[in-house]
Each structure stands twice: as C-alpha cells, then as structure tokens.
Ligand binder design. Structure first.
Ligand code: FAD
Ligand code: SF4
Length: 352
C-alpha cells in the first residue's frame, strides 16, 4: 500500500483564514480540495507539502450566483457543475467537459478549482516512486530527498532529452471549455484579490504551469452572459470513454447570426503544457461550409505538438486534432454529433 508522507493539516472555516494560513506557512503549504489529484500525487511523492489546507469547510466556495454573468464557486464539485441549470444551452461546453472528467464517484469529490489547478501529466512522471527511481527521476519529479526539482533545471527530460524544459501536458477537461466560453477567475490571497482571464492562469511550462502565487486561492469562475446565437461544445479524445484523462480536448464557442459566424473561440486541451487557443479570424463573416471547416481545422491543429508522453501514437493524435476540431465545428453548425465522432474514431492508426 502506498502511504502519504507526514503533513500538518488545517481546516479553516473562511477563505480569509485559509489565505492567512497559506501566507504564514509559506511555499510548502498546499490547498487540498477534493484531493482526487493531490492525494495520489502525495502517495507517489510527486509533491511532499509539509502542510495541507483543506477547503472542504469553505461554504463560500460552493456558491452559484447569476445575474448578467454566472459565477461558480471553485469548491463546487464537478457533479454539481453538471447539474447547474443556469449554464443553459449556450454554455454546454462546460457541462460536457465536467461530465467527462474521470468517473461519477470521482466527480462527486473533484472540484472545479482543483480541475483548473490540476498538475500537468507525463508518462514518465505519473508513476510510483520506485518506477521513477529506476529511471533516475526527471526534471519535474521529486528527487530522493523529496525536494521537488522545480526551481532548478537539473535532471533529464526523458521525452526530449536535449530540451531545457519540461513538456508535461495540461490535462484539465474544464480549462479549454471555460477558456472558449470566455471565463475569468478570481484569485484571493492575504493581500487581497485579483480577477484575471482564465487563459492567463497558465504558463507554457510543464513544471511552473500556473501563474498564480503559492499563497493564492482560486475562489470563483466567472462566465460572461452569452446572448442569442451562442452555441458551444467540447470534444474529448481518450482511450476508455468511462474515465480516462484527455489526450485531446477541443472547446469551441461560436456566435451565429443566421448561419454566419459572428464570433468564434476555439481552445485545445492536452496538446501542450497549457490550454492552446487558436486564431479564428478566417471563420468570421461567413457560413461554416465544409471547405471553411476543413481549412480551419488543418491550420488550427498546427500549434498542437503532441509528444510521446501520453497515450496513443503521437502521429495519430496529431491527425485526430484536425478531425476533432472539424467535428466540433460541424456539431455547432448542426450536424449530428454521434455520426461525426464515429467517423473520426475510424481514422487509421498510421504515421502521416
Ligand atoms: C482515475 C482518475 C481519473 C481522472 N480523470 C480525469 C479526467 O478525465 N479529466 C480531468 O480533468 N481530470 C481527471 N482526474 C484528475 C482529478 O480528479 C480532477 O482534475 C479533479 O477535478 C481535481 O480536483 P480536486 O478538487 O480533487 O483537486 P485536488 O486534488 O484537491 O487539487 C489539485 C491541485 O489543485 C490545487 N487546488 C485545488 N483547489 C484549489 C483552489 N481552490 N485554489 C488553488 N489551488 C487549488 C491543489 O493544491 C492541487 O495542487 C482524474 C483523477 C483520477 C484519480
Ligand atoms: S516532460 Fe520530461 S521533465 Fe517533464 S515530466 Fe515528462 S520526462 Fe519529466
């Protein structure tokens, strides 16, 4: 049995108290939400915080407020997010993404904030301590003394040995969906609070993947009002439809005037160390014809640089980017999604 290392535990009753503890305890303290990512990571010694600050008793993190915009508390579990009626059909991308995270059991504990702060993933990292010890660890993983090598560029990257950086993959399902929906987040520390566009929460770096400071809590996710003509969706590629992490996620939100595209946002997940938003100018001011979709999908897949550190053959994953982007857009224009997904999944597994 794998056991978690020793830690001290706080269970504050307010966000202000939690922020104060995080400030006083310093960088070796970590927030604990549902624990569905952090606890396995503790057991495998990916992280060894000396202090855990539980967010379970913070009722304020489970609030839902709607007016012009919709605000979801970061402590809502993902099952609750899928049941949030205020999301409505225009923000369906979030409902789909949340409903495709892990299993129903895990979604009952896993929170929205934890999903947005999810650790980046890599085949050489998401292994137990002994497995990683056998390959002499890597840049991102803790060394034998339990000290994360995150501050210094030492150790090998087994995915790209000559690379000075870590390429672990951003694997959150809700992040690409929420970025496509134009979400912002509130971060609270003992010093005060700030609100930033969600895409600014992420760095293109497998180790320092979040821009938030160690003592900042993510407290809320804000979704802008989406008026008439908005539609959104989320497409997820994974080996087992029942609970695997994404090896590709496509979040797309479009505003149509009639059949003409007036606004468009597309964000890819699990293709880099951060959620990648792609320019959509070429789609604006015209209907989504087959030709327009195919040309856009081929270009939009270009920034996706799958490496050999997640599931599936990387050249097939690259081909699936094009297929899934096209599938998501065809769904938004009204094509039947079931048929599209089946067609995409039949692409041959061959290097292109
Ligand atoms: C079998 C299995 C399958 C999974 N499949 C998927 C999947 O398909 N898609 C997917 O996206 N995830 C998946 N996960 C990962 C995980 O369950 C989810 O990402 C979940 O939403 C994480 O939320 P949590 O509340 O459990 O976070 P925790 O594990 O509590 O925390 C995760 C990280 O976020 C930090 N954190 C949490 N809340 C806050 C906050 N409010 N402010 C600041 N920092 C915070 C923690 O310190 C920690 O670093 C899977 C996990 C398992 C075990
Ligand atoms: S990408 Fe390289 S450094 Fe990062 S976790 Fe994987 S092997 Fe380690």
């Amino acid at each position: 049995m794998m056991r978690a290392p020793t830690f001290r535990y706080h269970a504050p009753k307010s966000v202000a108290e939690a922020a104060k503890i995080l400030r006083e305890e310093g960088p070796t303290a970590k927030p604990l939400a549902g624990g569905t990512d952090l606890v396995p990571n503790l057991k495998r010694r990916h992280q060894t915080p000396s202090v855990l600050v539980s967010l379970r008793r913070l009722d304020e993190l489970r609030a839902v407020t709607s007016g012009g915009e919709l605000t979801l508390g970061a402590g809502l579990n993902l099952s609750a997010v899928t049941r949030t009626g205020e999301l409505g059909p225009a923000r369906r991308a979030l409902t789909i993404a949340a409903s495709k995270v892990a299993t129903p059991h895990i979604r009952n504990s896993a929170t929205l904030g934890g999903n947005l702060c999810l650790d980046t993933r890599c085949n050489y990292y998401n292994q137990n301590y002994e497995w990683r010890q056998a390959i002499d660890f890597c840049k991102k993983a803790p060394g034998p003394d339990g000290t994360a090598k995150q501050e210094v560029t030492v150790g090998t990257c087994w995915v790209a040995p000559s690379s000075p950086r870590c390429w672990a993959v951003s694997s959150s399902d809700t992040a690409p969906a929420l970025i496509a929906l134009g979400a912002e987040v509130t971060l609270v520390s003992a010093e005060g609070e700030r609100r930033i566009p969600l895409h600014e929460l992420y760095h293109d770096d497998g180790m320092a993947y979040l821009t938030k400071k160690h003592d900042e809590l993510l407290t809320a996710v804000h979704l802008p009002a989406l008026g008439e003509g908005w539609k959104s969706t989320y497409w997820k590629l994974r080996r087992r439809g029942s609970f695997d992490f994404p090896v590709l996620g496509v979040g797309a939100a479009f505003r149509f005037e009639g059949d003409v595209v007036a606004e468009a946002r597309v964000t890819l997940g699990a293709v880099a160390s951060y959620p990648v938003s792609v320019p959509t100018d070429e789609l604006l001011g015209k209907p989504l014809s087959d030709e327009a979709i195919e040309a856009f999908a081929a270009g939009a897949a270009r920034p996706a640089k799958p490496l050999d550190n997640t599931d599936y053959h990387l050249s097939w994953r690259k081909r699936m980017c094009t297929a899934y982007i096209a599938g998501a857009l065809k769904e938004l224009r009204g094509d039947p999604p079931g048929l599209l997904a089946r067609t995409a999944a039949r692409l041959p597994i061959a290097a292109s």
